[in-house]
Design a protein around this ligand. Structure first.
Ligand code: PRP
Length: 216
């Protein structure tokens, strides 16, 4: 890989936990001590540094070019309305589903339910396509609390094991999107740092291909 400086953004949480092993398999290790609270992580590859950002800020960092590329959930891309990004490859990690869920105890759905979500665009699209009217309640997190506290009737959120929904008395009733992590690249970086970005993509592509062969 060339030493062109490249900044790769990773999301805190589940995606980070699964991204680091993937990067490691691709020969990319962080050399910043693991117990440090630093949000910049130097890597073993010359020129490549990693930054750790919050999920909600991921697209902002990459679309503004503060990070050249990143590993982000498809859920974030579905909400993005701009034209500054490519998402050239799925990474086969952090698979889950964006689901519509209602209270298990609900007897009759309200005529125009209030739906709490971190994903207003995807949610609106889902209901509009079905000709259904809803009032969106946009939230940044802990969406499953909203029906319990009377803030909303229903929710749209990511579901992995289903434990969080069940723990809050909710059941999934509609699949909105299949979600997994994707590599996201700033368009300008793709042009100006083409060789470095391609080299990184090639590493990841080979690693994913090897994993798929091993899993067969
Ligand atoms: C996600 C999602 C759900 C939960 C689902 O939250 O928003 O709350 O995971 O997982 P489960 O089906 O396995 O219970 P996450 O922990 O990623 O954090 P967030 O709520 O801050 O987005």
């Amino acid at each position: 890989m060339s030493a062109t400086p490249l900044t790769l953004a990773l999301c805190k949480g589940r995606i980070l936990e699964q991204s680091l092993p993937l990067l490691e398999q691709a020969g990319i290790q962080t050399i910043t001590p693991k117990d440090s609270r630093q949000l910049f992580l130097e890597s073993n590859l010359p020129g490549l540094r990693l930054i750790i950002v919050r999920n909600v800020d991921m697209i902002t960092y990459i679309s503004h070019g503060a990070a050249d590329l990143g590993i982000a959930g498809r859920d974030l891309l579905l909400e993005y309305e701009g034209d500054e990004l490519y998402d050239p490859m799925g990474l086969g990690i952090a698979a889950c589903r964006m689901m519509y869920a209602v209270p298990i105890s609900e007897r009759e759905a309200p005529r125009r339910p209030r739906v709490a979500t971190k994903y207003p665009r995807s949610t609106q699209r889902y209901f509009s396509m079905r000709g259904l009217q809803v009032d969106l309640v946009p939230l940044y997190g802990s969406v499953e609390l909203a029906p319990l506290l009377g803030l909303a009737d229903h929710v749209v959120d990511l579901v992995d094991t289903g434990t969080t929904l069940r723990a809050h008395g909710l059941r999934p009733v509609g699949l909105i999107e299949e979600i997994s992590a994707r590599l996201v690249v700033n368009k300008a970086a793709m042009k100006l740092k083409y060789k470095a970005v391609r080299a990184l993509m090639e590493r990841l592509r080979q690693t994913i291909a090897e994993q798929q062969t091993t899993c067969k």
